[in-house]
Every structure is written in structure tokens, then in C-alpha cells.
Write a protein that binds this ligand. Structure first.
Ligand SMILES: NC(=O)c1ccc[n+]([C@@H]2O[C@H](COP(=O)([O-])OP(=O)(O)OC[C@H]3O[C@@H](n4cnc5c(N)ncnc54)[C@H](OP(=O)(O)O)[C@@H]3O)[C@@H](O)[C@H]2O)c1
Length: 338
């Protein structure tokens, strides 16, 4: 990276799945770091982690943590963001948050490949990493938008247990172990047993029947795509896999779909990898995407009876492409602003 200045960086939630992926990516992409501070819960105090060839110890989170930091990633719970993000801002940090907190700008949600202008025009130093489902949807829809102008979006997600962090992975692992030993299972993270099950409730259900996460994704897509008129119908579901999210997407567009043109539009983008040969049964699956930067797309099709509706299948690594990579790209863009 050409920028000579080096930055003091904080990571809140450094020991979590997203925090660990973030540390790896900062190192791999040679983010210009002078010093890193890592915070986690009291269970992790004193643990060592390597970042850019140096060893750092995990600290307990307090208001002092933000002293002299240039930028801080928040990848712990919404409660931690509510309590500390405003303090970090007061101390002059640029804050990149995984969670939704009250009182921030409407256009604070950014996917760099789609709406980076919103980061540059912001009056505050607070930016939000969207949900791990919004990111792949925004990337794909933004490529289709100039040619097809989507009118309505219908999508169902198949989300791995890592969407609930390390605890989600541990719960599935222990439930599978218990079931193979004919023991009782316990559910603390998910509302029901996730092992050998599907749970159509991501983020809790509201009184109207929608989940809070479904509403969040709809609002984030409208913001990122600058399409407040874009209506979406989501059905988000947890599945008993460990890493990666699948999304079946149907988009009603203003123009009739030309499948070859859609393939070409997606293939031209560096952010999307198309695996789609219907005759040969080629399509992307979760096993293709772990550790990958791209969003994978396949099963691209339309029906002659409904020529303006495009159907396709998306998969991506929820921790990397749907989480940590967006975090790091936001930080890279922030420092390039100067
Ligand atoms: N993973 C995804 O795909 C995804 C998608 C959407 C949203 N999110 C959200 O992003 C956040 C992080 O996700 P994750 O997958 O990395 O979760 P995770 O694996 O559960 O990690 C949570 C992190 O928060 C830390 N933490 C807990 N209590 C703390 C405290 N009092 N002070 C400071 N740090 C504390 C944990 O530290 P310890 O290790 O010491 O407990 C850990 O580092 C969560 O809010 C999650 O809901 C994640």
C-alpha cells in the first residue's frame, strides 16, 4: 500500500470468528499498522495473537482502550457497540461497526464496491458493515441494476451456524456429539435444536411475523443501492452447516432477462465468480467458497412465462466475504481519504 502513514488500530471482539478473520486479512493485505490493541471479554484477557508479525495481548475493554487509536473495528455484540462506539467516536476514532446502533446517519451502511461515495460524503466518522446477507445481495444486484433495474427482490437464505459466532459453532458441534451418543441436547444460542434441523428465525421474530434481520437486510439494501423504493421479501433460515451462506434469489426486473447477458455482466466483475453450466450440472456450493473473496453465482435462469424474472443462486463465505473483508476494505478506503 502506497500510503506512508501508519495507523493505530483497535479491534473489539478480536478473539471472535469475525475478529480473527479480520486480523488475518489486515496482515495479508499489509494494512499500514503502527500498533494494534485487541479487546475481548474477560475470559480471553492475556491471550496472544500475531498481527503483521508482532505479538499482541488481548485487553479488557474499557473507555481507556480507545485513547490514541486512529480507527477501531467493532465486531462484538450489539450491546458492546451501544456502550462503547460513541465513546470511541468521542475520542476521535474512525469507527467501523458490525452492529446497528441508534442515532447514526441514514447512509452509514457501506459496501465499498457498491456505494463508496457514501463513505466519502459522510459527516461523521462512523460507518456500518452491513449484514453478511446484505453484502452478497448488494454486490450481485448492483451489477444487474444498470441494465435490468430490479423492481422487486425475493430471497431465501441458508445461513450457517457461524452467523451466530463461535457459540453457534460450539452449539452445533455439541448437539451432533450428544445425538450420536444418545444424550439430551441443549439449545442456548438457537431458539431450537439446530442439529439436523432448519430454523426459519434469524435475529428473532417481530410481532408482524418478520424477523428483525429480514427487516435489517431490506433496509440496508435500499441504502446501499440508493433505492428506497426497492421492496424485498426475505425468508432467512439457519441451517446446520458451519461456514458459508447460500441465498436463492429471484429478481423481478423492468426488462426481459437475457440469461447470456446476465452471465456476461456477472463474469465481468472481479467480485463475482460464476459457476454455471446447466448441461454439466455445474453450480457453486458452500464447499467452494470457504476462504474466498468472491461471491459465487450459479443456476442463472428465467422462465418464458415470466421473462422479466431472473432466478439465481448465490453462495459466499459469511465470515470473510460477508464480514471481515468488507471491514478491511472500509478501513483501506478511509485511510485513502487522508
Ligand atoms: N459471523 C457472522 O457471519 C456474522 C454475521 C452478522 C453479524 N455478526 C455479528 O458480529 C458480531 C461478531 O460476530 P462473531 O461471529 O465474531 O462472534 P463471536 O465469535 O461470538 O465473537 C464475539 C467476540 O466478542 C467478544 N466479547 C464478548 N463479550 C465481550 C465484552 N464484554 N467486551 C469485549 N468483547 C467481548 C468475544 O470475546 P471472548 O472470545 O473473550 O468471548 C469475541 O471476541 C456479533 O454481534 C454477531 O452477531 C456476525
Amino acid at each position: 500500500m502506497s500510503n506512508e502513514k501508519k495507523y493505530k488500530v483497535g479491534i473489539v471482539g478480536a478473539t471472535g470468528l469475525v475478529g480473527q478473520e479480520l486480523i488475518t486479512l489486515l496482515t495479508e493485505r499489509e494494512f499500514p499498522i503502527e500498533n494494534v490493541r485487541l479487546a475481548a471479554s474477560k475470559n480471553s484477557i492475556g491471550e496472544d495473537f500475531q498481527c503483521m508479525g508482532k505479538t499482541y495481548q488481548v485487553e479488557i475493554l474499557s473507555t481507556d482502550f480507545f485513547e490514541n487509536l486512529d480507527l477501531c473495528f467493532f465486531c462484538a455484540s450489539p450491546k458492546i457497540s451501544e456502550e462503547y462506539a460513541a465513546i470511541a467516536l468521542d475520542r476521535g476514532c474512525f469507527v467501523i461497526d458490525k452492529n446497528v446502533i441508534d442515532g447514526q446517519e441514514y447512509r452509514s451502511v457501506v459496501v465499498p464496491e457498491v456505494n463508496i461515495e457514501d463513505l466519502h460524503s459522510m459527516s461523521s466518522k462512523y460507518v456500518r458493515n452491513p449484514s453478511s446477507i446484505t453484502i452478497p445481495l448488494a454486490l450481485v444486484l448492483s451489477l444487474l441494476a444498470p441494465v435490468y433495474r430490479p423492481k422487486r427482490v425475493f430471497a431465501s437464505s441458508y445461513q450457517s451456524v457461524s452467523a451466530e459466532g463461535q457459540r453457534g459453532i460450539e452449539e452445533l458441534t455439541s448437539q451432533v456429539g450428544a445425538m450420536f451418543s444418545y444424550q439430551e441436547t441443549q439449545s442456548k444460542v438457537f431458539p431450537q435444536r439446530i442439529a439436523f434441523n432448519l430454523i426459519p428465525n434469524v435475529g428473532g421474530l417481530g410481532p408482524e411475523g418478520f424477523s428483525y434481520e429480514e427487516k435489517r437486510v431490506e433496509e440496508e439494501l435500499q441504502q446501499v443501492l440508493h433505492r428506497p423504493d426497492l421492496h424485498s421479501h426475505f425468508h432467512l433460515t439457519y441451517v446446520p452447516t458451519f461456514i458459508g451462506s447460500g441465498i436463492s434469489l429471484s429478481v423481478e426486473c423492468e426488462r426481459a432477462i437475457d440469461v447470456e447477458e446476465v452471465r456476461a455482466l456477472l463474469c465481468d466483475s472481479k467480485t463475482v465468480k460464476v459457476i454455471d453450466s446447466p448441461g454439466k450440472g455445474a453450480y457453486p456450493v458452500l464447499l467452494d467458497v470457504q476462504g474466498q473473496d468472491e461471491v459465487f453465482v450459479g443456476r442463472i435462469r428465467t422462465k418464458t412465462e415470466d421473462p422479466k424474472v431472473l432466478d439465481l443462486w448465490i453462495v459466499n463465505d459469511n465470515l470473510k466475504r460477508g464480514g471481515a473483508l468488507n471491514f478491511v476494505q472500509l478501513a483501506e478506503n478511509f485511510i485513502s481519504k487522508g
